[in-house]
Write a protein that binds this ligand. Sequence first.
Ligand code: NAD
Length: 484
Amino acid sequence: MIVLRPYQSTIAPNMNYTSPVKICCIGAGYVGGPTMAMIAKQCPDIQVHVVDLNQARIDRWNSDELPVYEPGLDEVVKEARGRNLTFSTQVDAAISEANIIFIAVNTPTKSFGIGAGRAANLEFIEKCARQIAKCSKGHKLVVEKSTLPVRTAEAVKRILSSAANGATFDVLSNPEFLAEGTAVQDLLHPDRVLIGGESSEAVERLAQVYGRWISRERILTTNLWSSELSKLAANAFLAQRVSSINAISALCEATGADVDEVAKAIGTDSRIGSKFLKSSVGFGGSCFQKDILNLVYLCEHFGLREVAQYWEQVVVMNDYQKRRFSERIVRTMFNTVSDKKIGIWGFAFKKDTNDTRESAAIHVCRDLLEERARLAIYDPRVPESQIREELQLAFADSVGGLSDKHKKLIETNVTVVGDAYAAANEAHAIAVLTEWDEFKSVDSRRILEDMRRPAFVFDGRNILDRNKLVEQGFEVHSIGRPSK
Ligand SMILES: NC(=O)c1ccc[n+]([C@@H]2O[C@H](COP(=O)([O-])OP(=O)(O)OC[C@H]3O[C@@H](n4cnc5c(N)ncnc54)[C@H](O)[C@@H]3O)[C@@H](O)[C@H]2O)c1
């Protein structure tokens, strides 16, 4: 049986699906906000209502300072907001008025109970399903936009089947493949849109929405379970490439090979390809680690021990890469960074986003603070409150408690500054932890004048012009390259 097929519009719409589309999206986060803004922009006749429990987040979606930083997103939101795009906390009303309901809530790794540290916490998904069951009448299409373990739709369907008002539902899986930092372009020109479902009419209904701006060949339909699994598998494959090149970077440092040269040499093999072969201090973001751990948990659940171990190694390698970087800083700086100022350039998990979830910077900063370094942190898009909150979480114990010692350490040893120069001023070292473009064009002579000697640079993203910096008098340590 062929389960992956380009979408073909051959099915006559079911009686249930003749009324105009009205969309509700539960969850106004990094996925729900941009995705719905794009649907509203491309389909001016479709009402799109995005709801969230978080009032502060909704207020920001309704303001000039959106809660999500993405290049080009302001324009998309401004075009549709107030026309056919609304943001509110009126979850019940939005569910009851819509005929297509997207669930785009967070699915973090469980931190307690069975499967803690691996399984996905589906509490928010279940709450959404119960609320949809409670507030619905007639027939509705429920779309899983969140990334979910395989067979979650089964549970969602069971909960929905208990709807009190005789409402009926079709459940679809429509995972989101956008990448933060390029979300607008990814939504405008996706490699593919994936829709998994059992009812051809329901799949048709959703495909018609995307079909307004995405060519039919790029709309793929599968069964529900293939769609749910494909999202986890795609993230696992992407993260695996990063861990693979990072593993090679350690060998490069030991042997004198240059990881960027190796990546180019292997990436030009068309069977391998050049994308996602950039070695770094380690991958971050809310998805890769969470989704791989979720995959590992699923494999263990189904008794596939070797498969679980295989994928888990991708996360193990990433942890090693982050730890290796901070250890290298300490070792290079004469085995002590205590009371030394280190300028931290970048805190977001990648450039062009304000998202710091699982950012490699958090781990490196925590390790350096444990060594009593003084950190001056600069990120162009991440506010001070968010940086401090992430560092507090990094030091928190398993039940979220923060010791007085660590609280004081963060208070006294961390300053958050307004530009890259302030971070480098009087510093013993600079650590580049996010690949923001502005770091490539700083006035390095000015930086050098302001720094202590030796002026160490640890480039965790390999973005700086290493030869130029060395010529000017810096001591540069990059990922996967012999030190200069
Ligand atoms: N961030 C990404 O790049 C990305 C990409 C693809 C897929 N995903 C997946 O999409 C999902 C959402 O991710 P995100 O990054 O947007 O998360 P997020 O944390 O930014 O947003 C989720 C939002 O859902 C809200 N919420 C939770 N429960 C709710 C409820 N019962 N009613 C109303 N609102 C509720 C939260 O308040 C939050 O604002 C996750 O499953 C994630 O794995 C994320």
